[in-house]
Write a protein that binds this ligand. Structure first.
Ligand code: ADP
Ligand code: MG
Length: 728
């Protein structure tokens, strides 16, 4: 290993700063050049096709064959002009990451010659074999066909020599097998429900779209060291590793100057992202050594999510050009911060209003307060559902650790908003408020914007924080597809808004004035959802106690959390609004359950292998070195050696104790796995893996880490934390 370690170091010296030149143009000159965007459509679409497709995109109408053919012709010409020779439907199956199947444009022409062919048929639909994608029992083998269908709302783009068309992925029977389809349905539901509520305030509002601004955290590791860590390669995280004496204690990495080799990677990534029309804007060092963040300007949710998927893919590819591996796992290293993906979320209207931003006048503020309180109510009712979307085998190692949001869902509002809500809750009751008081309250609310600008109180310990004009959902994992969280959030809010509107309408029908009815309902929401509102320290132990008293849930077990995908509430939100059918919902639950079992199973196998054939042999070698030393000392010093070798003999004992505990526990873990594997029912199996296999991982690791601490550095077979975290 020592040799490997030195080789990695010398390699590092050689590749410190890659030999590359960046374009000297302005970003605006190459931004979006690989996207079939508005500009490209204008240039390449013939006749009325441009106007027609624009209308379809804006109004979500169905596409007829003629228009599809027209768009395909233009898209083909554009793609070929930009070097594409293949096309691919690009989709997001229920795995980690995206999928693509490339087909060449080539075909035989009428005279048997080779031509480039791409028609509306190819654009609109492709038929990948679905049998190797997770489907949770939806797809039976005799109908293994799946379909991908063009998502007109997200523009096609070129990666390498391939034209990529964003698509949804459905089964032969039309069941959703991906992340995009339910997201689109949820976005539609929230659009409709939000417009209906907006109509109380402003008749001009006819469309509401959801925005997403993601912040992607990641680690970079030198590829030479990565290759020497089978656990990183196979599971995405280190299953062992003694803490580095120095890691993040000094807070010297966060926002520090970006290491040169990393800066080159980042620039490369930014340029390629921007060419693909992804508005990446912010980059910085994160808290842990070798941890970084990338964030774009927010965009419409579906597009933003496609862009996040694309960026994760680009990161993996480009990191290799720079001799790095990118780690998107939520907790690649124990003991230092993990990686999340904050999802900044807001709703915007077609009149240019941000519904999560305090308004400029009393009417605008009531609109804001209405949406704010409905979000609170939705998250309060949906805390379990929301968690079930983001707590999984990888994110479980991050949530609840003291640098990430706890597994308790709560909302941070800040002191200004809190006191405003208190005021409303206190004052508004059936008839107590005089019209003057109401105006005063509205005007009081009207002064919010100035106050908010100064409000720098940004509680980092909250999983769901109001940050002035948006909510920031921080519990999402770095490796996740944001669609899970965004589908749930938008669907939950839609369901809540429909309920709100029904109740307001009922009051109005009973003769209550509209304004009064809205005030009363808002007040009810504030009171009902009060338990979800928490501005204090989410990392504190006190909070766990208080949250329990408030009736908030704190679920850390993945299978238990996943079971909340199937509650009556979840069904009301998803099935009731046509976002997922009951079958699709159950299938999704099954897929997640299986994913959990497989991931824990893989970790357990990798750890077992590594321990048995990497760690224990080395420990025994080292033990023999010590034993020979003691024997040699006896030869030299005779009886005096007993005292002189006291420490060595203790060390031998220590090593041998660790070795024997590790051997025993690995054996038990393998046994436990065997027993769990015999369990037929998938859910029972997941619980068994959670309770009976998973605990061994930490126990075994503890002893391995102790060995790492005492065994000769020259002999240790794996790159250490201090190397993984600091080589760059
Ligand atoms: P932070 O301090 O949390 O890192 P940033 O200013 O870097 O905040 O913004 C994080 C993300 O939030 C960015 O993607 C940004 O575009 C996005 N964002 C800003 N305003 C909104 C909004 N109204 N709706 C949704 N996302 C937003
Ligand atoms: Mg943020």
């Amino acid at each position: 290993m020592a040799i490997l370690r030195f080789k990695a170091l010398t390699d590092l010296m050689n590749k410190k700063v890659p030999d590359m030149t960046f374009p000297s143009q302005r970003v605006s000159d190459f931004y979006g050049e690989l996207v079939f965007n508005d500009e490209a459509m204008k240039r390449y679409l013939q006749g009325s096709v441009y106007e027609e497709i624009k209308n379809i995109i804006a109004n979500g109408e169905l596409i007829n064959r003629n228009i599809a053919d027209g768009v395909a012709a233009g898209m083909k010409a554009w793609a070929i002009d930009h070097g594409a020779v293949h096309y691919s439907h690009w989709f997001q199956p229920l795995t980690d990451g995206t999928a693509e199947k490339h087909d060449g444009f080539i075909n035989y022409g009428p005279d048997g010659n080779i031509i480039e062919e791409f028609s509306g048929k190819h654009l609109a639909q492709q038929e990948p074999d679905a049998s190797s994608f997770p489907s949770g029992g939806i797809r039976q083998t005799f109908e293994a066909r799946g379909y991908t269908a063009w998502d007109v709302s997200s523009p096609a783009f070129i990666v390498g020599s391939t034209l990529c068309i964003p698509t949804i992925f459905i089964s032969y029977n039309g069941d959703a097998l991906d992340y995009k389809m339910p997201l689109l349905r949820a976005l539609h539901a929230v659009d409709k429900a939000a417009v209906d509520v907006c109509q109380y305030f402003d008749k001009n509002i006819t469309k509401v779209h959801s925005n997403l601004g993601w912040e992607q955290e990641y680690f970079l590791v030198d590829e030479g060291l990565y290759m020497a860590r089978p656990d990183l390669m196979l599971t995405g995280r280190t299953l062992m590793g003694h803490q580095s004496p120095k890691d993040q204690q000094l807070d010297d990495h966060y926002f520090g100057s970006i290491p040169e080799r990393v800066a080159y990677f980042m620039r490369d990534l930014e340029i390629e992202s921007q060419r693909l029309g992804i508005p990446v804007k912010t980059r910085h060092n994160e808290v842990a050594p070798n941890q970084f963040e990338l964030a774009p300007i927010y965009e419409e949710c579906n597009l933003a999510n496609d862009h996040n998927q694309l960026v994760m893919d680009l990161m993996k590819k480009l990191a290799k050009h720079h001799g790095f591996e990118v780690l998107l796992h939520e907790k690649p290293f124990a003991g230092v911060n993990g990686s999340g993906k904050h999802c900044n979320w807001s709703l915007g209207t077609d009149t240019g209003i941000n519904l999560f931003a305090p308004g400029k006048n009393p009417k605008g503020n009531m609109l804001f307060i209405t949406f704010l309180t409905n979000v609170m109510a939705a998250v309060h009712k949906g805390q379990d559902l929301l968690r079930s979307m983001i707590l999984n085998a990888t994110n479980q190692h991050r949530l609840g650790a003291n640098e990430a949001p706890p597994a308790i869902i709560s909302i941070f509002l800040g002191s200004q908003i809190s006191s405003m809500l208190d005021k409303i809750a206190e004052k508004v009751s059936d008839s107590k408020m005089t019209p003057e008081e109401k105006t005063e309250l509205k005007l009081g609310v009207g002064r919010l914007p100035e106050i908010l600008v100064d409000n720098t109180d940004r509680n980092r310990t909250s999983p769901f924080a109001f940050t002035g004009d948006r909510f920031e959902f921080r519990a999402v994992g770095s490796s996740a597809n944001c669609a899970g969280a965004m589908t749930a959030l938008n669907a939950m809010l839609a369901e809540q808004l429909v309920d709100f509107k029904n109740k307001v309408d009922e009051l109005i029908e009973n003769g209550v004035k509209k304004d009064e009815a809205l005030f009363q309902m808002v007040r009810n929401l504030i009171l009902e959802s009060a338990p979800i509102h928490f501005d204090g320290n989410g990392y504190a132990d006190d909070w766990k106690r208080e949250a329990a008293e408030r009736g908030l849930t704190n679920i850390t077990s993945v299978p238990e959390s996943l079971s909340k995908m199937l509650t009556e509430h979840a069904k009301k939100v998803f099935v009731g609004q046509g976002i997922l059918s009951e079958r699709e919902l159950e299938a999704r639950h099954e897929v997640e359950i299986e994913k959990f079992v497989k991931k824990v199973q893989i970790e357990s196998r990798v750890l077992g292998d590594l321990v048995l054939n990497h760690i224990l042999p080395i420990a025994i070698n080292y033990q023999n070195v010590l034993i020979n030393n003691v024997k040699g000392m006896r030869d030299v010093f005779g009886g005096d050696a007993e005292q002189l070798t006291e420490n060595e003999r203790q060390l031998i004992r220590k090593v041998s104790e660790h070795v024997s505990v590790i051997r025993g526990k690995v054996g038990e873990m393998i046994e436990a796995r065997k027993e769990c594997n015999r369990i037929e029912n998938a859910v029972d199996k997941a619980f068994a893996y959670d309770q009976r296999v998973q605990p061994f991982l930490a126990e075994i690791r503890h002893h391995v880490d102790e060995l790492e601490f005492i065994i000769d550095n020259e002999m240790w077979p794996l790159p250490k934390y201090r190397e993984l975290l600091f080589f760059r």
